[in-house]
Write a protein that binds this ligand. Sequence first.
Ligand code: F0G
Length: 353
Amino acid sequence: AQQWRGVIEEYRELLDIPEGTPAVTLREGGTPLVDSGWLSGLTGANVWLKVEGNNPTGSFKDRGMTTALSVAVHEGAKAVVCASTGNTSASMAAYAAKAGVKPLVLVPEGKIAAGKMAQAIMHGGQVIMVRGNFDDCLRMARELSEKYPVALVNSVNPYRLQGQKTASFELVDFLGDAPDYHFLPVGNAGNISAYWMGYTEYEKLGRSTKRPVMRGFQAAGSAPLVNGAPVENPETKATAIRIGNPASWDLAMNAKNESGGSFKAIEDEDILAAQRLLATKDGVFVEPASAIGVAGLLQAVEAGEDFTGKTIVITVTGHGLKDTATALEGFGPLVDVVVDADVDAAAAAAGLV
Ligand code: F0G
C-alpha cells in the first residue's frame, strides 16, 4: 500500500508551479470529509465537514505552505517570512524546518493563541511580536521581503493559492461533483479565493458539472468584506480571522459575485456557541474561527432558508487544540467536580445513583 503523497505529488499536473520543483512535504491534504448527522438532520441537506485540522500542523495552511516553501527553496531562498494570526506561522515554521531554511514570523502582540505560538517556536521560528495588528504585520513582511534576502510566503505569494486549491479537488473527487453550497471563514481571503480557483479549474476540466455558491463569513468586529471597507481596528475572539484589510479582497469578491454567494458577519458569541455544538454533536473540535461557517449555516436556517436535498460543504479550517484557552473560557473552572478516590463518590457525583 502507498500512503498519501501530499498535495504536490497527488495533484502536480494541475498545479501552476515551476516544472520539476522538488516537493517539501509533510504529507498534507487528504483530509477527511466527515458527514454531520446533526446538521444534515437540521437542514434536510447532506452536510459535510472538510476537517482541515487534520493537516500536519493542524490547519489548512499546510496545503499552501508545501507549494510556497517548495518553490522558494527551489529558487534558492535561505530564509522565509510571513505575517500571521498564528496558523500560517505555525505551518511556515514546520515546512521551513523540513526544508532547512530559516523561518521569520511577524505576529500581532498578545493576539496569538498559545498553541500556535508554541508551534512556531518549537519548529525554530524567529518570532517577532509587533505592536499592531495583522495588517501592520503583513505590510512589514512585504517590505522585509523587498529589502532583504527573505522570501514572502503569505497568500499574496501566488504559490500559496496553488496548494490551497487542492481542497476543492479533493472534495469533488470524493463527492463525484461540486457541492451546491460551500461555507467557510474569511480572514485575509486567500482560502475562499483558492477554493474558487480549484472549483473553476475542475469544472473546466469536466470533472464537475457545476460550481458551488460560496458563502463567506467574517467576525462582526472584523468584517471588511461585509462592510465594503477596511476595518481600522479589527476585534474578535476568533483571533485567526482578526483582519481588517484582506490582501485577496478582489479575488474573494469575484468568488462571491461569480458564484451568486455572500459575505455575512457573525457575532463572537454565536461563533463560540457553534464551536461547542460542533464539538458535542459531531465530535469535531475546531478553533473558534473555524466554527464560523457552522454558525452561518445555523443562522441561515433560522432565517428560514430551505436547504432540503442540497449538498453543503463546510470547511472547518483549524484544530481546536490550537486555542484551548478560548474554548475553556465558556466553562468556568477547569475542574468542576472533585471527589475522594472512591468509586461510589464518583458514581454519586456523576448522577449514576
Ligand atoms: N481559519 C483559520 C483557522 C485561519 O487561521 C485563517 C487565517 C482563516 C480561517 C482565514 O483564511 O485568511 O485565507 O481568509 N489565518 C491566517 C494566519 C491569516 O495568519 O494564520 P484566509
